[in-house]
Write a protein that binds this ligand. Structure first.
Ligand code: FEO
Length: 389
């Protein structure tokens, strides 16, 4: 396999994973995922990140075809998570003299995960290195979304090698630059990637965005998804809004239902909401994947959740949604709730307790015994109308 040429001196040598069904064995990959790796060929040869072990040979073949007999001098590790490093020993086997550039935290992980402690060049934040005509600056971005994360800014071509940041799910089909791809496929997968992988760490993302605010960046080379050139402002805005917990206009109605009574209530709430906004998204917790449910909750401003009481508590699949959101600390939301019960109501009480704990603005609740009656219908429409537009 041959690499993609990004410029005279820079090659894309990453790979597409079309086999893995669940990223981190949790998150569905309907469009696959790419593990990106980049090669800078100058007076020295620098590889920016390696790939997952089962794809290392494919990437190494691309590297070999780009280098015409030259060797890799440096491997820069921006992020040590195994989707980018589990193949590292295969790289060392082919290029035993290469030196690994990383920070102190990554060095500890390299030792711990792979027993590697030789040939390391441990750099400090903002350290610089000249590679012929190209000049690198290593910039730490801790907790985006692991502690060792760093990025590299290449000054001559104004490229930011951004680790996982600005990454998304989805294979790179036939091309790697956003100028040559239909990005409509990737933007929803960037939201899902951010929320599920990085979502808990909004504050470190804000710190990193501020750190790079004064840099002129013409290209972003992330570890997953397209190389960004003409959509840099768009992807930075997505990261900025999500990491600030700024919700777009719209409502996410998440419901659990055993015998369709609570589902019928969700349909009525949606009618009220549709009088205020076109962005009305319904998720059945028993059907939608939780990765998409929480992505939409991060994306939109108003959340209205409903479910039946179950075992004197809340419907278990709804409890999982609450847990995922609490774990990621989603802030600044407008919240409403609805629910049903047969002999003793607990669902709405639990949903309201969640809203209080998360410090959401509570716009009200509707709870019915057995099944929805005419008066409930009006109250549910009214609940939907109360969403923030
Ligand atoms: Fe793509 Fe955080 O690893």
């Amino acid at each position: 396999m041959f690499p993609f040429k990004l410029s005279e001196n820079i090659f894309y040598v990453g790979v597409n994973d079309r086999k893995t069904e669940l990223f981190e064995r949790m998150i569905p990959l309907p469009y696959g995922v790419s593990y990106n790796s980049y090669l800078l060929v100058d007076e020295k040869v620098v590889l920016f990140d390696s790939v997952e072990a089962s794809f290392a040979e494919e990437s190494l073949l691309k590297i070999k075809n780009a280098l015409n007999g030259r060797k890799i001098d440096y491997l820069v590790i921006h992020h040590l998570e195994p989707d980018h490093t589990s193949g590292i020993k295969q790289y060392l086997a082919q290029y035993p003299d290469l030196q690994i550039i990383c920070n102190k935290k990554a060095a500890e992980m390299l030792q711990g995960y792979y027993g590697i402690s030789q040939n390391l060049v441990v750099v400090e934040d903002k350290a610089e290195m000249k590679i012929g005509a190209h000049e690198l600056q290593f910039v730490f971005a801790p907790m985006v979304h692991w502690p060792e994360v760093m990025m590299t800014y290449e000054k001559t071509e104004k490229i930011l090698f951004s680790a996982d940041a600005f990454g998304c799910f989805g294979t790179l089909d036939g091309a790697v630059e956003d100028t040559k791809l239909n990005i409509e496929k990737y933007i929803p997968e960037m939201y899902r990637y951010y929320v599920n992988i990085v979502g808990k760490y909004g504050s470190p993302v804000q710190t990193a965005l501020k750190k790079f605010a004064d840099y002129q960046i013409d290209t972003i080379c992330s570890l997953h998804g397209p190389v960004w050139r003409e959509n840099i402002a768009k992807v930075v805005e997505i990261y900025d809004k999500l990491s600030c917990h700024e919700g777009e206009e719209g409502v996410v109605i998440v419901y659990g239902s055993m015998y369709s009574h609570t589902e019928a209530m969700a349909e009525v709430v949606a009618r009220g909401a549709a009088e205020v906004t076109k962005n009305v998204i319904l998720h059945d917790v028993s059907k939608s994947d939780i990765s998409q449910i929480i992505t939409d909750c991060f994306r939109y401003k108003t959340l209205i959740f409903g479910c039946p009481t179950y075992n004197g508590s809340i419907f278990p699949k709804m409890a999982q949604v609450l847990d995922y959101l609490e774990l990621r600390g989603l802030k600044n939301r407008v919240f409403g709730s609805f629910g049903s019960f047969t002999w003793a109501g607990m669902a709405v009480k639990t949903l309201n307790a969640f809203a209080e704990k998360m410090q959401y603005e509570n716009i009200g609740s509707v709870e019915v015994k057995h099944a929805m009656q005419a008066a409930d219908y009006e109250n549910l429409v009214e609940l939907g109308r109360k969403i923030e537009s």
